[in-house]
Design a protein around this ligand. Structure first.
Ligand code: ADP
Ligand code: ASP
Ligand code: MG
Length: 446
């Protein structure tokens, strides 16, 4: 069994849906096919939600009509037969009637917003399943809301998925293709929820881990993980192989091709992840796996660079000597209490600097820290630049090359030595593009 995930652009046009139908049935491997919403739909649904939250009902109604018209055209072009068109139209009528009923609920709360945004994946999967039926493919649609769960901390409950899928799948042994929704899940209150933007990748990996798939394939609009952000840097190129650790660092630190948590379940169950290009299926893409004993990734030292924006740096000064043991523990207990992860850390004798990307609880954290520390004004709008490669201790000159490349860019923090595969730098957000370009020239010049 394999799990194949197709992103928004891969399902966003009728001809794309037709080509993924060919891709998934070209070989006889049984597949769970995870789909995102059609490209643009999640943004459109969120925009409708914004209008409803602002009590701008006319605006919301106009946006709903425009989105419905988009789907009407999609259906008229996707299906070849009258029966297919009728099945597709039926899906749209039913989902849009639900969307309109949601829009009528006052007040429009977060609960309704989550139901609204789930419609993107509910639409794409039902339209695709109806297309597979029209094409005579042996397939079924399993609702993700029946087996994807998150707990009170928004963490996916993979063992629940494993157990429920274990019970559900045997009834569909005769089906070659099992279609399901990415992104959406239920929370502990039983309400519709989601795995955050880009979450369909995470769904695929969670399912892949839960069913111990042979492979997880993430199909998108680019030929694999590039060595740098192709939206910002010219002359990037695909990296053919990455270890789980390297890919996890890149995803977590901003490589948009993967949701930040995608690698965690795959790594936990040792399921290889392959990144593939729907527009160019023959291209090799990127294989993410651990191959014990393999020479460290063809000897390259630097493999890729990514950047994570919207970072806040906190400067915490001890009112006593830092090396009084227990000081760091007291600081981190406060971050733990407010469920705020720390990404980077630097210490000196009397102070600690940490970075966070979630500032929701920053006031409470600052208040509690102030009881035994002095805090400087936080630095907002920082960017973590994450450089991934093979930096084992005997790899001389790694830091030198990085700093040489960065010679004209002010660096606020450095983290090196946490793993053998990562070196991170904190720079002000305004230097992000310069830093990514400078590192491309300095580390990857070909
Ligand atoms: P999907 O809709 O298929 O999930 P995404 O837009 O989420 O696709 O992710 C693919 C995009 O990620 C690419 O089009 C590319 O612009 C962007 N991207 C950012 N960093 C990288 C990287 N290091 N390698 C490849 N793509 C990247
Ligand atoms: N449709 C969702 C989003 O746009 C999830 C995904 O595409 O992975 O964020
Ligand atoms: Mg994505």
């Amino acid at each position: 069994m394999q799990v194949w995930k197709f992103g928004g652009t891969s399902v966003g046009k009728p001809e794309r849906m037709r080509s993924i139908r060919s891709l998934i049935t070209e070989d006889s491997t049984r597949k769970i096919v995870v789909l995102s919403a059609l490209s643009g739909s999640t943004n459109a649904l969120l925009a409708i939600g914004e209008s409803l939250k602002a009590n701008n009902d006319d605006d919301a109604a106009a946006k709903i009509d425009a989105l419905k018209a988009h789907y009407d055209t999609f259906v008229s072009e996707l299906y070849a037969t009258e029966a297919g068109k009728a099945a597709g139209q039926q899906v749209i009528e039913s989902e849009f009637s639900f969307i309109r009923s949601l829009a009528g609920i006052k007040p429009f709360t977060v609960k309704q917003e989550k139901e609204l945004v789930a419609e993107g994946e509910l639409l794409s999967t039902q339209l695709f399943q109806a297309y597979l039926v029209e094409e005579g493919v042996a397939s079924t649609l399993l609702p993700a809301l029946d087996f994807m769960r998150i707990d009170a901390d928004n963490e996916p409950e993979i063992q629940v998925t494993e157990q429920i899928l274990g019970e559900m799948l045997p009834a569909h042994d005769d089906k070659q293709i099992i279609v399901t929704q990415g992104f959406i899940c239920r929370n502990p209150r039983g309400e519709v929820d989601n795995l955050k933007r880009g979450g369909s990748d995470y769904t695929a990996s969670l399912i892949g881990g839960a069913v111990r798939a042979d492979e997880i394939q993430i199909w998108t609009d680019i030929d694999g993980m590039h060595n740098n952000d192709p939206r910002i840097v010219k002359n990037t190129f695909p990296v053919r192989e990455l270890t789980f650790d390297e890919a996890a660092e890149l995803a977590y630190f901003g490589a948009k091709i993967l949701h930040p948590s995608t690698i965690t379940p795959a790594r936990m169950f040792g399921v290889p992840v392959r990144l593939k290009n729907t527009m160019e299926p023959a291209a090799p893409g990127t294989l993410i796996a651990d191959r014990p004993g393999a020479p460290a990734a063809s000897g390259e030292v630097f493999k890729a660079v990514a950047a994570k924006d919207g970072i806040t740096a906190l400067y915490i000064h001890s009112t006593r000597m830092l090396n009084a043991y227990g000081f760091l523990r007291r600081i981190f207990e406060i971050f733990e209490k407010y469920k705020t992860p720390v990404d980077m850390l630097a210490t000196s004798e009397v102070s600690v600097s940490v970075t966070i990307d979630n500032t929701e609880r920053i006031q409470e954290i600052s208040d509690e820290l102030s009881a035994f520390c002095t805090l400087e004004e936080p630095d907002y709008d920082q960017t973590i630049i994450c450089i991934v490669g093979n930096f084992s201790a005997d790899n001389e000159g790694v830091a030198l090359k990085v700093f040489k490349a960065m010679e004209n860019i002010p660096i606020r923090m450095i983290s090196y030595g946490g793993t053998e595969s990562n070196l991170s730098l904190l720079v002000h957000g305004k230097y992000k593009a310069d830093a990514l370009n400078a590192l491309n020239d300095g580390l990857f010049a070909r």
